[in-house]
Design a protein around this ligand. Structure first.
Ligand code: DAH
Length: 337
């Protein structure tokens, strides 16, 4: 057997693999499962034990020679094969980059901010974890007053809570700046409510204030009327209903004629033809004074609207939960907006 192996080795040394095809033929003939090398190992199994050591050595030499020859050749030819594909054709059009889309709530927040910034409102933000003063007391919610129950608060400890409305940012602005003050304040707010199609434990608001000399309710109405026409178009009516908030006097809620049924009556407007979109009013003089602004000299209005509600009206979304479940089929509809 040794003789056979030696002459095989000579034969292999003499072979020249000059192409990819020859290399592949070589592999099949010697290295494949039914190849010569395997046959030799089969033969090796049955030779006498005292010959095994020497034959085994020679077998290994032959095996290495075969493998080395094949590896060298296949490396050489594979590289050559790759060459044409590695050349980049710069004249071909590129792969289009997939663009994401804005989240509908951010989209609408931006649209709201745009309308008010054209009216000269600046942009402010405040923290989501708030103390009692900024969320309640500074806004004329007396301690133990039932108005605090209007907002189911997530408390963190005795003093701190997740803010229940963006009105807290009003207080932060007033304590840091003197009028004229004209700002809007978007942000996320939290309330301890069961999640359903119409309510969630977190949602988004945009707060607005204007404080100056001689600001009147007429200014408030006109500003909000302008917002609705800019945002929804001219086909919609608005109405103000008297309401109650501790930090405004008088207070009102503003409805717009239902954008879905155009005021005829549908499920969304509960067949009234109107949908409430915000709370507003003249800032209570107590609030101005408590935050270092002289109420004898200045007056102001404030408003707060829910971004989810407005987004639902604008884009005909019927379930609030869609905004937070990250369903791509829903979100991709806002591509390009
Ligand atoms: N903070 C109120 C809420 O979350 C909304 C609101 C009402 C804001 C009247 C105001 C306002 O600024 O004047 O229900």
């Amino acid at each position: 057997m040794i003789e056979k192996l030696k002459s095989l080795k000579e034969k292999i040394d003499g072979i020249e693999l000059t192409s990819a095809e020859l290399t592949e033929e070589f592999r099949i003939k010697y290295l494949s499962r039914k190849g010569l090398l395997n046959d030799l190992f089969e033969e090796f199994k049955v030779i006498a034990n005292d010959q095994k050591k020497e034959v085994g050595k020679t077998m290994n030499v032959v095996k290495q020679a075969i493998q080395q020859k094949w590896e060298e050749a296949s490396q050489k030819f594979n590289k050559q094969d790759e060459k044409p594909t590695q050349q980049v054709d710069l004249t071909l059009p590129g792969e289009p980059a997939k663009l994401g889309s804005r989240h509908p709530l951010l989209l609408v927040e931006k649209q709201i901010v745009d309308v008010f910034s054209r009216l000269g409102f600046s942009l402010s933000y405040g923290p989501e974890i708030e103390d009692d003063w900024h969320n309640f007391s500074g806004l004329n919610f007396p301690e133990n007053h039932p108005a605090r129950d209007m907002q189911d608060t997530f408390f963190i400890d005795k003093e701190m809570a997740l803010r229940t409305h963006t009105s807290s940012v009003q207080v932060r602005l007033m304590e840091n700046q003197q009028p004229p003050l004209r700002a809007i304040m978007p942000g996320r707010v939290y309330r301890n409510e069961a999640i359903s199609a119409r309510a969630h434990c977190f949602f988004h608001q945009v707060e607005g204030i204007y404080i100056n000399k001689d600001v009147s309710f007429a200014d408030l109405k006109q500003t909000l009327y302008h917002f609705v026409t800019e945002f929804f178009g001219k086909d919609f009516n608005i109405r103000f209903r008297p309401s109650y908030f501790p930090f405004t006097e008088p207070s009102a809620e503003m409805d717009i004629s239902c954008t879905i049924c155009k005021g005829k009556g549908c499920n969304v407007c509960k067949h009234s033809g109107w949908v409430e979109i915000l709370g507003c009013g003249m800032i209570d003089p107590n609030v101005l004074d408590a935050n270092g602004i002289d109420a004898r000299e200045y007056s102001g209005f404030a408003f707060g609207m829910g971004i989810e509600r407005i987004t639902m009206l604008k884009y005909n979304v019927k379930d609030l939960r869609l905004f937070s479940t990250n369903d791509l089929r829903f979100l991709q509809q806002f591509e390009g907006e």
